[in-house]
Design a protein around this ligand. Structure first.
Ligand SMILES: [Zn+2]
Length: 478
Protein backbone atom coordinates (compact mmCIF):
# COMPACT_ATOMS: atom_id res chain seq x y z
CA UNK A 1 0.00 0.00 0.00
CA UNK A 2 2.77 2.42 1.04
CA UNK A 3 4.59 1.73 -2.24
CA UNK A 4 1.49 2.59 -4.21
CA UNK A 5 1.13 5.88 -2.37
CA UNK A 6 4.79 6.74 -2.99
CA UNK A 7 4.48 5.83 -6.65
CA UNK A 8 1.39 8.00 -7.09
CA UNK A 9 3.10 10.92 -5.32
CA UNK A 10 6.18 10.55 -7.54
CA UNK A 11 4.01 10.50 -10.66
CA UNK A 12 2.11 13.61 -9.51
CA UNK A 13 5.44 15.38 -8.84
CA UNK A 14 6.82 14.48 -12.27
CA UNK A 15 3.51 15.51 -13.83
CA UNK A 16 3.73 18.91 -12.14
CA UNK A 17 7.30 19.46 -13.35
CA UNK A 18 6.27 18.49 -16.90
CA UNK A 19 3.23 20.78 -16.72
CA UNK A 20 5.46 23.72 -15.72
CA UNK A 21 7.83 22.88 -18.59
CA UNK A 22 4.97 22.72 -21.10
CA UNK A 23 3.77 26.14 -20.00
CA UNK A 24 7.31 27.52 -20.22
CA UNK A 25 7.04 29.30 -23.55
CA UNK A 26 9.20 32.00 -25.13
CA UNK A 27 7.98 35.56 -24.64
CA UNK A 28 6.43 36.83 -27.88
CA UNK A 29 9.26 38.29 -29.91
CA UNK A 30 9.08 41.64 -31.57
CA UNK A 31 9.25 41.42 -35.32
CA UNK A 32 12.91 41.12 -36.23
CA UNK A 33 14.12 44.45 -37.49
CA UNK A 34 16.43 44.79 -40.45
CA UNK A 35 20.14 45.25 -39.70
CA UNK A 36 21.11 48.91 -39.39
CA UNK A 37 24.84 48.44 -39.41
CA UNK A 38 26.74 51.01 -41.46
CA UNK A 39 28.83 49.80 -44.36
CA UNK A 40 32.50 49.54 -43.43
CA UNK A 41 35.67 48.67 -45.32
CA UNK A 42 36.64 45.53 -43.44
CA UNK A 43 40.08 45.38 -44.98
CA UNK A 44 41.04 48.76 -43.50
CA UNK A 45 40.60 47.56 -39.93
CA UNK A 46 42.22 44.21 -40.80
CA UNK A 47 45.36 45.84 -42.19
CA UNK A 48 45.74 48.07 -39.14
CA UNK A 49 45.13 45.18 -36.75
CA UNK A 50 47.80 43.22 -38.61
CA UNK A 51 50.27 46.09 -38.02
CA UNK A 52 49.44 46.06 -34.29
CA UNK A 53 49.74 42.28 -34.00
CA UNK A 54 53.24 42.44 -35.50
CA UNK A 55 54.46 44.23 -32.36
CA UNK A 56 55.12 41.51 -29.75
CA UNK A 57 53.79 43.34 -26.69
CA UNK A 58 54.18 40.31 -24.44
CA UNK A 59 53.79 40.97 -20.72
CA UNK A 60 55.33 38.83 -17.98
CA UNK A 61 54.40 38.53 -14.30
CA UNK A 62 57.91 39.39 -13.13
CA UNK A 63 58.48 41.94 -15.91
CA UNK A 64 61.62 40.06 -16.98
CA UNK A 65 61.71 39.35 -20.69
CA UNK A 66 59.56 42.37 -21.45
CA UNK A 67 60.79 44.87 -23.98
CA UNK A 68 59.68 48.42 -23.02
CA UNK A 69 60.70 49.65 -26.50
CA UNK A 70 58.00 47.43 -28.07
CA UNK A 71 55.34 48.96 -25.84
CA UNK A 72 56.34 52.52 -26.77
CA UNK A 73 56.56 51.48 -30.42
CA UNK A 74 52.97 50.24 -30.10
CA UNK A 75 51.84 53.59 -28.68
CA UNK A 76 53.44 55.48 -31.56
CA UNK A 77 52.18 53.04 -34.18
CA UNK A 78 48.66 53.45 -32.86
CA UNK A 79 48.95 57.23 -33.05
CA UNK A 80 50.20 57.00 -36.64
CA UNK A 81 47.59 54.48 -37.83
CA UNK A 82 44.64 56.65 -36.81
CA UNK A 83 45.50 60.19 -37.93
CA UNK A 84 41.97 61.60 -37.53
CA UNK A 85 41.80 60.34 -33.93
CA UNK A 86 45.31 61.66 -33.30
CA UNK A 87 44.28 65.08 -34.53
CA UNK A 88 40.85 65.35 -32.95
CA UNK A 89 41.45 63.61 -29.61
CA UNK A 90 43.70 64.57 -26.77
CA UNK A 91 46.18 61.82 -25.88
CA UNK A 92 47.49 61.15 -22.40
CA UNK A 93 50.09 58.50 -21.68
CA UNK A 94 49.79 57.03 -18.19
CA UNK A 95 52.92 55.46 -16.79
CA UNK A 96 54.78 53.33 -19.29
CA UNK A 97 51.87 51.34 -20.62
CA UNK A 98 48.66 53.33 -20.30
CA UNK A 99 47.04 55.17 -23.21
CA UNK A 100 44.03 57.49 -23.00
CA UNK A 101 42.43 59.28 -25.93
CA UNK A 102 39.68 61.75 -25.12
CA UNK A 103 37.22 62.36 -27.93
CA UNK A 104 35.35 65.52 -26.94
CA UNK A 105 31.58 65.29 -27.27
CA UNK A 106 28.90 67.96 -26.95
CA UNK A 107 28.80 67.31 -23.21
CA UNK A 108 31.14 65.92 -20.61
CA UNK A 109 28.29 64.89 -18.34
CA UNK A 110 27.93 61.20 -19.19
CA UNK A 111 31.33 60.10 -20.46
CA UNK A 112 31.86 56.62 -21.89
CA UNK A 113 34.99 54.54 -21.64
CA UNK A 114 36.00 52.08 -24.37
CA UNK A 115 38.53 49.77 -22.78
CA UNK A 116 41.00 47.34 -24.22
CA UNK A 117 44.43 45.96 -23.45
CA UNK A 118 47.28 45.63 -25.91
CA UNK A 119 49.59 43.34 -24.01
CA UNK A 120 49.44 39.66 -24.91
CA UNK A 121 50.41 36.36 -23.35
CA UNK A 122 53.60 34.65 -24.61
CA UNK A 123 53.37 32.70 -27.85
CA UNK A 124 56.01 30.05 -28.44
CA UNK A 125 56.41 29.37 -32.18
CA UNK A 126 55.38 25.70 -32.03
CA UNK A 127 52.16 24.60 -33.73
CA UNK A 128 51.38 27.94 -35.35
CA UNK A 129 50.42 27.70 -39.03
CA UNK A 130 51.67 31.29 -39.42
CA UNK A 131 54.18 32.70 -36.90
CA UNK A 132 52.45 34.30 -33.89
CA UNK A 133 53.68 37.82 -34.62
CA UNK A 134 53.46 37.68 -38.41
CA UNK A 135 50.10 39.48 -38.48
CA UNK A 136 49.50 37.50 -41.68
CA UNK A 137 46.25 38.28 -43.50
CA UNK A 138 45.48 34.99 -45.18
CA UNK A 139 42.44 32.84 -45.93
CA UNK A 140 40.14 35.64 -44.75
CA UNK A 141 41.77 35.87 -41.30
CA UNK A 142 44.20 38.09 -39.45
CA UNK A 143 46.55 35.64 -37.73
CA UNK A 144 48.55 36.10 -34.59
CA UNK A 145 48.76 36.48 -30.84
CA UNK A 146 46.44 39.22 -29.65
CA UNK A 147 44.26 39.15 -32.76
CA UNK A 148 41.34 38.05 -30.56
CA UNK A 149 42.64 38.90 -27.08
CA UNK A 150 42.23 41.81 -27.57
CA UNK A 151 43.92 44.03 -30.09
CA UNK A 152 40.83 43.43 -32.25
CA UNK A 153 38.50 45.44 -30.01
CA UNK A 154 41.14 48.14 -29.73
CA UNK A 155 41.60 48.38 -33.51
CA UNK A 156 37.85 48.20 -34.23
CA UNK A 157 36.97 50.92 -31.69
CA UNK A 158 39.72 53.19 -33.03
CA UNK A 159 38.70 52.56 -36.64
CA UNK A 160 35.08 53.33 -35.77
CA UNK A 161 36.14 56.69 -34.29
CA UNK A 162 38.44 57.36 -37.26
CA UNK A 163 35.55 56.78 -39.63
CA UNK A 164 33.04 58.89 -37.65
CA UNK A 165 35.47 61.78 -37.18
CA UNK A 166 36.11 61.69 -40.92
CA UNK A 167 32.36 62.07 -41.47
CA UNK A 168 32.29 65.11 -39.20
CA UNK A 169 30.40 63.32 -36.43
CA UNK A 170 30.57 64.70 -32.88
CA UNK A 171 29.43 62.37 -30.08
CA UNK A 172 26.75 63.47 -27.66
CA UNK A 173 29.05 62.84 -24.67
CA UNK A 174 32.82 62.58 -24.32
CA UNK A 175 34.22 59.20 -25.27
CA UNK A 176 37.46 57.97 -23.70
CA UNK A 177 39.58 55.20 -25.18
CA UNK A 178 41.55 53.62 -22.35
CA UNK A 179 44.12 50.99 -23.23
CA UNK A 180 46.36 49.21 -20.76
CA UNK A 181 49.51 47.24 -21.50
CA UNK A 182 49.58 44.88 -18.52
CA UNK A 183 46.12 43.35 -18.17
CA UNK A 184 47.37 39.80 -18.64
CA UNK A 185 49.57 40.16 -15.58
CA UNK A 186 47.10 42.18 -13.51
CA UNK A 187 49.45 45.15 -13.66
CA UNK A 188 48.93 48.62 -12.21
CA UNK A 189 48.00 50.43 -15.44
CA UNK A 190 44.19 50.06 -15.45
CA UNK A 191 43.81 51.42 -11.90
CA UNK A 192 46.30 54.19 -12.77
CA UNK A 193 44.21 55.13 -15.81
CA UNK A 194 41.06 55.19 -13.68
CA UNK A 195 42.66 57.42 -11.06
CA UNK A 196 43.95 59.75 -13.81
CA UNK A 197 40.37 60.04 -15.08
CA UNK A 198 39.06 60.68 -11.59
CA UNK A 199 41.73 63.30 -10.97
CA UNK A 200 40.57 65.04 -14.12
CA UNK A 201 37.03 65.03 -12.68
CA UNK A 202 35.74 62.36 -15.06
CA UNK A 203 33.04 60.07 -13.66
CA UNK A 204 32.63 57.18 -16.12
CA UNK A 205 28.97 56.68 -16.97
CA UNK A 206 29.32 53.73 -19.31
CA UNK A 207 32.24 51.30 -19.59
CA UNK A 208 32.80 48.64 -22.22
CA UNK A 209 35.59 46.07 -22.11
CA UNK A 210 36.31 42.71 -23.74
CA UNK A 211 34.08 39.82 -22.67
CA UNK A 212 31.21 37.84 -24.17
CA UNK A 213 30.17 37.65 -27.79
CA UNK A 214 27.50 36.36 -30.12
CA UNK A 215 26.98 32.64 -29.57
CA UNK A 216 24.49 30.11 -30.85
CA UNK A 217 24.72 27.77 -27.84
CA UNK A 218 24.34 30.06 -24.81
CA UNK A 219 23.12 27.31 -22.45
CA UNK A 220 23.18 23.51 -22.62
CA UNK A 221 20.24 22.32 -24.72
CA UNK A 222 19.58 25.78 -26.18
CA UNK A 223 20.28 26.67 -29.80
CA UNK A 224 19.40 30.32 -30.12
CA UNK A 225 21.57 33.22 -31.27
CA UNK A 226 22.32 35.30 -28.23
CA UNK A 227 24.58 38.25 -27.42
CA UNK A 228 26.21 37.42 -24.12
CA UNK A 229 27.08 40.66 -22.38
CA UNK A 230 29.08 40.28 -19.19
CA UNK A 231 27.26 42.23 -16.48
CA UNK A 232 29.52 40.94 -13.71
CA UNK A 233 32.62 38.84 -13.31
CA UNK A 234 33.85 36.25 -10.87
CA UNK A 235 36.52 37.02 -8.32
CA UNK A 236 39.84 35.22 -8.30
CA UNK A 237 42.12 33.99 -5.53
CA UNK A 238 44.83 31.41 -5.02
CA UNK A 239 44.00 29.03 -2.18
CA UNK A 240 47.28 27.70 -0.85
CA UNK A 241 47.24 24.44 1.10
CA UNK A 242 50.34 23.66 3.15
CA UNK A 243 51.33 20.85 5.51
CA UNK A 244 54.49 20.46 7.56
CA UNK A 245 56.19 17.35 8.90
CA UNK A 246 59.55 16.12 10.12
CA UNK A 247 62.02 15.48 7.33
CA UNK A 248 63.58 12.04 7.11
CA UNK A 249 64.50 9.10 4.94
CA UNK A 250 61.84 7.91 2.50
CA UNK A 251 62.54 4.29 3.52
CA UNK A 252 60.82 4.85 6.90
CA UNK A 253 57.74 6.91 6.05
CA UNK A 254 54.87 7.75 8.38
CA UNK A 255 51.39 6.72 7.21
CA UNK A 256 50.90 10.09 5.48
CA UNK A 257 53.74 12.36 4.42
CA UNK A 258 53.21 16.13 4.32
CA UNK A 259 52.52 15.77 0.60
CA UNK A 260 50.10 12.93 1.33
CA UNK A 261 48.24 15.20 3.79
CA UNK A 262 47.92 17.87 1.15
CA UNK A 263 46.78 15.26 -1.36
CA UNK A 264 44.04 14.17 1.03
CA UNK A 265 42.89 17.78 1.24
CA UNK A 266 42.84 17.98 -2.55
CA UNK A 267 40.77 14.84 -2.71
CA UNK A 268 38.25 16.18 -0.22
CA UNK A 269 38.04 19.50 -2.04
CA UNK A 270 37.43 17.83 -5.39
CA UNK A 271 34.76 15.56 -3.99
CA UNK A 272 32.88 18.48 -2.40
CA UNK A 273 32.07 21.06 -5.07
CA UNK A 274 30.91 24.46 -3.87
CA UNK A 275 27.16 24.73 -3.24
CA UNK A 276 25.04 25.85 -6.14
CA UNK A 277 24.29 29.56 -6.39
CA UNK A 278 21.91 30.91 -9.02
CA UNK A 279 23.13 34.42 -9.80
CA UNK A 280 20.48 36.95 -10.87
CA UNK A 281 22.04 37.05 -14.35
CA UNK A 282 21.83 33.26 -14.67
CA UNK A 283 18.18 33.31 -13.62
CA UNK A 284 17.43 36.00 -16.18
CA UNK A 285 19.21 33.98 -18.86
CA UNK A 286 17.44 30.73 -17.93
CA UNK A 287 14.08 32.46 -17.79
CA UNK A 288 14.53 34.00 -21.24
CA UNK A 289 16.30 31.16 -23.03
CA UNK A 290 14.89 28.14 -21.18
CA UNK A 291 11.68 28.09 -23.25
CA UNK A 292 13.82 27.62 -26.39
CA UNK A 293 15.55 24.56 -24.90
CA UNK A 294 15.00 21.08 -26.18
CA UNK A 295 13.78 18.34 -23.86
CA UNK A 296 14.80 17.40 -21.20
CA UNK A 297 16.63 20.70 -20.71
CA UNK A 298 13.39 22.64 -20.92
CA UNK A 299 12.14 20.65 -17.95
CA UNK A 300 15.29 21.65 -16.07
CA UNK A 301 15.09 25.40 -16.82
CA UNK A 302 11.37 25.49 -16.02
CA UNK A 303 12.00 23.92 -12.62
CA UNK A 304 15.27 25.40 -11.37
CA UNK A 305 13.83 25.70 -7.85
CA UNK A 306 12.29 22.24 -7.37
CA UNK A 307 15.18 20.50 -9.19
CA UNK A 308 17.88 22.43 -7.36
CA UNK A 309 19.30 19.43 -5.44
CA UNK A 310 19.53 17.34 -8.61
CA UNK A 311 21.08 20.17 -10.64
CA UNK A 312 23.55 20.79 -7.84
CA UNK A 313 24.55 17.14 -7.71
CA UNK A 314 24.74 16.59 -11.47
CA UNK A 315 26.70 19.76 -12.30
CA UNK A 316 28.95 19.34 -9.27
CA UNK A 317 29.93 15.82 -10.30
CA UNK A 318 30.44 16.77 -13.90
CA UNK A 319 32.29 20.10 -13.56
CA UNK A 320 32.98 22.08 -16.72
CA UNK A 321 31.58 25.31 -18.11
CA UNK A 322 27.94 25.01 -17.05
CA UNK A 323 28.86 24.05 -13.52
CA UNK A 324 31.23 27.05 -13.35
CA UNK A 325 28.34 29.40 -14.11
CA UNK A 326 26.56 28.08 -11.04
CA UNK A 327 29.16 27.95 -8.31
CA UNK A 328 32.55 29.02 -7.03
CA UNK A 329 35.22 26.68 -8.35
CA UNK A 330 38.74 25.79 -7.26
CA UNK A 331 41.11 24.13 -9.72
CA UNK A 332 44.28 22.65 -8.30
CA UNK A 333 47.06 23.70 -10.62
CA UNK A 334 50.37 23.52 -8.73
CA UNK A 335 51.94 21.30 -6.07
CA UNK A 336 55.31 20.98 -4.42
CA UNK A 337 56.91 18.45 -2.08
CA UNK A 338 60.43 17.42 -1.31
CA UNK A 339 63.37 18.32 -3.52
CA UNK A 340 64.55 14.70 -3.80
CA UNK A 341 62.75 11.42 -4.36
CA UNK A 342 64.20 9.72 -1.26
CA UNK A 343 63.67 12.61 1.17
CA UNK A 344 60.42 13.05 3.08
CA UNK A 345 59.09 16.57 2.50
CA UNK A 346 59.35 18.93 5.43
CA UNK A 347 56.78 21.15 3.79
CA UNK A 348 54.30 20.35 1.05
CA UNK A 349 52.14 22.79 -0.82
CA UNK A 350 49.33 22.72 -3.36
CA UNK A 351 47.66 25.70 -4.87
CA UNK A 352 44.12 25.96 -6.22
CA UNK A 353 42.97 28.72 -8.52
CA UNK A 354 39.58 29.74 -7.12
CA UNK A 355 36.96 31.63 -9.16
CA UNK A 356 34.48 33.17 -6.79
CA UNK A 357 30.79 33.81 -7.45
CA UNK A 358 29.24 37.24 -6.94
CA UNK A 359 27.60 37.15 -3.53
CA UNK A 360 30.60 35.36 -2.01
CA UNK A 361 34.15 36.57 -1.40
CA UNK A 362 37.71 35.38 -0.96
CA UNK A 363 37.33 35.22 2.84
CA UNK A 364 34.33 32.89 2.67
CA UNK A 365 36.12 30.77 0.04
CA UNK A 366 39.17 30.40 2.29
CA UNK A 367 37.04 29.59 5.32
CA UNK A 368 35.19 26.87 3.44
CA UNK A 369 38.43 25.32 2.17
CA UNK A 370 39.87 25.37 5.71
CA UNK A 371 36.73 23.68 7.04
CA UNK A 372 37.01 20.94 4.44
CA UNK A 373 40.67 20.35 5.26
CA UNK A 374 39.95 20.21 9.02
CA UNK A 375 41.68 17.39 10.84
CA UNK A 376 44.30 16.81 8.16
CA UNK A 377 47.01 19.09 9.56
CA UNK A 378 46.72 21.29 6.49
CA UNK A 379 46.65 25.09 6.64
CA UNK A 380 44.81 27.12 4.01
CA UNK A 381 45.74 30.68 3.05
CA UNK A 382 44.37 32.90 0.33
CA UNK A 383 46.20 35.21 -2.03
CA UNK A 384 43.53 37.50 -3.36
CA UNK A 385 43.70 38.65 -6.94
CA UNK A 386 40.25 40.23 -7.20
CA UNK A 387 36.91 40.03 -5.43
CA UNK A 388 33.76 39.28 -7.48
CA UNK A 389 32.41 42.39 -9.19
CA UNK A 390 29.05 43.97 -8.42
CA UNK A 391 26.34 43.26 -11.00
CA UNK A 392 25.84 46.10 -13.45
CA UNK A 393 22.37 47.41 -14.22
CA UNK A 394 20.32 45.68 -16.88
CA UNK A 395 17.06 47.50 -16.32
CA UNK A 396 17.66 51.00 -17.58
CA UNK A 397 18.19 53.16 -20.63
CA UNK A 398 21.97 52.62 -20.72
CA UNK A 399 21.60 48.85 -20.92
CA UNK A 400 18.92 49.21 -23.59
CA UNK A 401 21.19 51.52 -25.62
CA UNK A 402 23.91 48.87 -25.60
CA UNK A 403 21.42 46.14 -26.60
CA UNK A 404 20.12 48.38 -29.36
CA UNK A 405 23.61 48.82 -30.82
CA UNK A 406 24.12 45.04 -30.67
CA UNK A 407 20.88 44.44 -32.54
CA UNK A 408 21.76 47.02 -35.17
CA UNK A 409 24.49 44.62 -36.25
CA UNK A 410 23.10 41.25 -35.13
CA UNK A 411 19.28 41.63 -35.28
CA UNK A 412 18.91 37.86 -34.87
CA UNK A 413 20.73 37.81 -31.53
CA UNK A 414 18.95 38.20 -28.22
CA UNK A 415 21.08 40.41 -25.93
CA UNK A 416 21.33 38.96 -22.43
CA UNK A 417 23.48 39.64 -19.38
CA UNK A 418 25.76 36.84 -18.27
CA UNK A 419 28.39 36.08 -15.69
CA UNK A 420 31.83 36.53 -17.26
CA UNK A 421 34.11 33.94 -15.79
CA UNK A 422 37.51 35.47 -16.51
CA UNK A 423 38.90 38.66 -15.01
CA UNK A 424 39.12 41.88 -16.97
CA UNK A 425 40.57 45.31 -16.27
CA UNK A 426 37.00 46.62 -16.16
CA UNK A 427 36.63 45.26 -12.63
CA UNK A 428 38.37 48.41 -11.37
CA UNK A 429 35.56 50.54 -12.79
CA UNK A 430 32.78 48.56 -11.10
CA UNK A 431 33.45 50.49 -7.89
CA UNK A 432 32.61 53.81 -9.48
CA UNK A 433 30.18 53.00 -12.28
CA UNK A 434 27.00 50.95 -12.40
CA UNK A 435 27.15 50.41 -16.17
CA UNK A 436 30.24 48.25 -16.71
CA UNK A 437 29.82 45.68 -19.48
CA UNK A 438 32.08 43.05 -20.99
CA UNK A 439 31.35 42.36 -24.63
CA UNK A 440 33.77 41.62 -27.47
CA UNK A 441 31.28 42.26 -30.34
CA UNK A 442 32.28 39.09 -32.12
CA UNK A 443 30.29 36.08 -33.31
CA UNK A 444 32.30 33.03 -32.32
CA UNK A 445 32.02 29.30 -31.81
CA UNK A 446 33.35 27.34 -28.84
CA UNK A 447 36.37 26.34 -30.96
CA UNK A 448 37.13 29.95 -31.84
CA UNK A 449 36.82 30.99 -28.20
CA UNK A 450 39.38 28.32 -27.35
CA UNK A 451 41.95 30.03 -29.60
CA UNK A 452 42.51 32.72 -26.98
CA UNK A 453 45.86 32.15 -25.26
CA UNK A 454 46.37 29.15 -27.57
CA UNK A 455 48.22 28.67 -30.85
CA UNK A 456 46.71 29.74 -34.18
CA UNK A 457 44.79 32.62 -32.61
CA UNK A 458 43.08 34.45 -35.48
CA UNK A 459 40.06 36.55 -36.28
CA UNK A 460 38.13 36.69 -39.54
CA UNK A 461 38.27 39.88 -41.56
CA UNK A 462 34.48 39.76 -41.83
CA UNK A 463 34.12 39.62 -38.04
CA UNK A 464 36.38 42.66 -37.73
CA UNK A 465 34.13 44.61 -40.07
CA UNK A 466 31.08 43.81 -37.95
CA UNK A 467 32.98 44.69 -34.79
CA UNK A 468 33.80 48.11 -36.20
CA UNK A 469 30.18 48.56 -37.32
CA UNK A 470 29.02 47.76 -33.77
CA UNK A 471 31.34 50.39 -32.27
CA UNK A 472 30.10 52.95 -34.77
CA UNK A 473 26.45 52.21 -33.92
CA UNK A 474 27.23 52.39 -30.21
CA UNK A 475 29.23 55.62 -30.37
CA UNK A 476 26.42 57.30 -32.27
CA UNK A 477 24.00 56.49 -29.44
CA UNK A 478 26.12 57.33 -26.39
ZN1 LIG B 1 42.12 39.88 -22.69
Amino acid sequence: MLWWILLILALVYIGLLAYRALRFRPAPEEARRPPRAPAVTEMAVAVKLSELVKLPTVSFMDGKGEDPAVFSAFQEKLHALYPAVAERCERMLIGEKGIIYRWPGRSGEKPSVMMSHYDVVPAPDENWVHPPFSGAILDGYVWGRGSIDTKCTLAAAMEAAEQLIGEGFVPENDIYFCFSGDEEVAGPTAPAILSALQKAGVRPWFVLDEGGGIVSDPLPGVSRACAQIGACEKGQAELIFTAEALPGHASRPPRHTALGQVARAIRRMESRPWPLRYSPVFLQMAQTLGPYAKWPWRLVYANLGPLRPFISLATGLRGGEFSSQLRTTAAFTMAEGSAATNVLPQRAMASANARIMPGENSKSARRRAQRIARGLGVKVEAQVFSEPSPISRTDDEVWRTLCDAVQDVWPEALPLPFLYMACTDSRHYSRVCEHVYRFSALAWTKEERALMHSYNERISVKALGRMQAFYQCLMMKL
